[in-house]
Ligand binder design. Sequence first.
Ligand SMILES: [Zn+2]
Length: 407
Amino acid sequence: MKKFVNAAIRPTAALLMAACMSAVLAGCSGKEDPRPKYIFYFLGDGMGNSQIAAAESYLSYKQGKFGGEQLFFTTLPCTGFVSTYSADHQVTCSSAAATAFSSGVKTNNGYIGVDPDGRPVRTVSMDLHDEGYKIGIMSSVAVNHATPGAYYGHNLSRRNYYEISMDLPASGYEFFGGLGFLEFYGKAGDKESTSAVLERAGYKVCYGEKEFRDNMDDCGHIILCQDRYRDKSTGDIPLTDSTYVTLAEMLKLNLEYFGDDKPFFIMCEGGEIDSYAHANEVMPMVQAILRFDDAVKVAYDFYLKHPDETLIVVTADHETGGITIGAGFDQSYAPQKWDVLESRRTDGMTAEEKRGFEWENGIGWTTGGHTGAPVPVFATGKGAERFIGRIDNTDIPSKLVGKTSGK
Ligand SMILES: [Zn+2]
């Protein structure tokens, strides 16, 4: 009897095994495309764990409590950690990090869109564009800054801003957004304006939301810049000027422009988080993270309409400032720059309240530069599980598109 049962079961188990194997093979053979149709990649420049903790402690402080409040993006269900070192330093710079997560290639600090031997690299956005995806690249800092620049530019120096701008048209990407362009007339100020060159190459350069809306219908390639940077370079740290197109508004305009008929990849950078962390300015940095969080909410609204086809990933390139929660004031942490804090918009907080928030939370800094700590990653949607656990920044492009091997 026992022998009979086993004999009867064996073919069934074999059939089940065969069914499982064919399902696995179907997945591997590409019958089921692992690529999301809509990909949002959010990058908080300089936004490490403690920057996030400082922003969340501020949200709690506003409610009169310690802890408990969260940023929206930290509620995304799949989380992991990203190592950030570059090819030649434990502590990366933004352009080496951006080259890693745009192309999967580690390079030297200061290099952008090239490998350590200076050879141009291909980026995930270039590959997706070739395959019919629309591409949107936007930042709250300049369009030719390190992070956005690494998706289209190739240069041995991230500081060769004019040359990086000149690489933009070859990308053919449909949308760019940012403050404007650094070195608008070249390093010496004697070159043709960046706008003139880009317009001749087929891009419409628009300043402010109205001009963008006036041109978005009959324009295949468009660049949205902040109105106040018309015809000049952007050199200053962006303030929270109410006339600005915020990062969230910029993303909304990009989505309105793209629609949802074609697949797309959008890279959206909160660039000024890093600037304020370099300056060791707590509250402006927290406000920058809140604006970045607002942009993630815009993507999440889109995700809710297309939950099976959308991937949202939120991460950082490195930590900046060595910020900590719990600084001992007899230790060597840098003091707060109270005088600078007074001059920035601080969400209606009085100077007294700002001091109270920072004092009670013991927020301190160890450097005016970057640090080598790993950064967190948060994800939801199609393929989000690929971002769980410890990953390297060079793994990011392949994980975004669901490649099973290679970068
Ligand atoms: Zn930086």
